[in-house]
Design a protein around this ligand. Sequence first.
Ligand code: GCB
Length: 608
Amino acid sequence: MKKVLLALLCCLASAGAPARAEMVIANVFARPSTSLNGQWHVIVDPYDTGYFDYRHHPYDEAAKISGGFALDHQPADKSELVEYNFDTSPTLAVPGDWNSQDDKLFYYEGSVWYRTKFDVKTTAPGHRRFVYFGAANYAADVYLNGKKLGRHLGGFTPFAYEITGLTSPKGNSLVVRVNNVRHAEGVPTVNTDWWNYGGLTRDVLLVDEPATFIANFLVRLKPGTTNTIEARVQLDGPEREETVKVSFPSLHLAAEIAANREGLAQAEISAPNLALWSPERPVLHDVEISAGADNLKDRIGLRTIATSGRDILLNGRKVFLRGVAIHEVNPQRGGRAWSEDDARQLLGWAKDLGCNFVRLAHYPHNEHMARLADEMGILCWEEVPVYWTIEWSNAETLANAQKQLADLIARDQNRASVMVWSVANETPVSEPRTKFLKSLVDEARALDGTRLISAAMEVRTDPNDPLHKMVDDPFGEYTDLCSFNEYTGWYDGLPEKIDRIHWSIKYDKPVFISEFGASAKQGFHADALTRFSEEFQADVYRRTLPMLAKIPGFSGCTPWILCDFRSPKRLLPGVQDGWNIKGLISREGKKKMAFEVLKGFYAEKSKP
Ligand code: GCB
């Protein structure tokens, strides 16, 4: 299924020169690699002059590219006309969004060409080399030494191309045209309440692997058990029928298995008395996988997740999810978060609140987040950017969303912290919408049936009773959680209304409130009826939490949101100034009053 999708997306992405297949290279940070992070030369190209010739034909549609910036060409002599020059162009840091690095690019939506040069050591005969991008928002055309490697769509998932045989020892030119123009048919679409940060926003690596290597693997508890580990290893390369060894040194467990013709090796390993992962005891086991000349290490937690009626069960025990929603931003920098340090700051604040859960909204965050969450004992909700008004009847849009979901699962399927795959946020009810989302649910279940599937749905108000809130979205049939966003007291009435509402929830499932909140400008103090004051926001929290606690099956919440974040939709001067200020923490990193209210509620909730 995945291969079919990949092939389809490749065809959709570039009609011209044959693109290379995208490769899955899981657990990339544990592989032999060279970082290409650093300052890259950039050309800002609002008219796509480097991409189209003067008849508006893409240069890269020809089998051999004859012009445009992809060639990274220098004049051969003083007479040759070349109207661009990466060497004398300015630089931007990679990883990094361009908006927060250069004032002139703050609102820019268009193409920026990135170029780095690198040398390589000759690899052992038969070795393979890949170039890996953690993410590029939104479309990336990648060229090495003037040859097109491929086009990737989607701003938040990793992609890699094989470059074996395409490099020289010195002076290789890697050029990427990154374009962050919003498209109605895109995922996300044109309308979002977050900043459209463009650029090479995550790590770029050169990865070296033996001819046959471990492309991906899955290590988890065999579904329905707590004493059997299931391992699946996918090899890529000519010697697929290798013997694969999977071992857990500290558990003194190991298995040797022969991969089949497709390079897939599967084993079940009996493992009595396993220490299970939980937020209270985030035990990670060392795992070593070897196959032929390749070996790979990881640290993996083992635990079970299920629902029973209206309860969420972790390792068979009922768990309440003390959560908060997080955008992938560093508020003080006013830009995209990407590093382990950024992740440590965000998850550290969540811990300080008393959280055992975070909603990584509204798109896949960088890999450090879930890895650190594994270590820190924080459960995660991961999400694809199927947000608001997607083109539900567009097959390409669906294929795009499916690919983003599959790539996210392929990257994070070994993270014990990941509890929920979420397929959408606040999408308007209609038949084509429900069909679209149902196919994402089916895909998530087929790829990983061991986690909960959800989406942030919406609440309806009874047309005959403004105090009667109803959750009856037909899509709720297909999810494991009944999750919804609700903004009584902010978008609907004043905070006192919160005390008076009553609920009808159609589904007999755990109820999870994926958003509630109110805006506050940190440091602005007034009475609790004054919009944008810290007191107003704190009052909404003070009233909402006990109101939610009365809903039968209330199993957790992720208030909106941990930190203030930039949004082009939030324009009130002197108050918002381009920021959504529903954060519990300001752009200066200062906590607002509501932080303490939520922290107090969670302290009560965590008492045995
Ligand atoms: C929502 C959206 C979120 C917005 C938030 C708001 O319901 O899911 O993306 O940022 O409301 O602040 O209005």
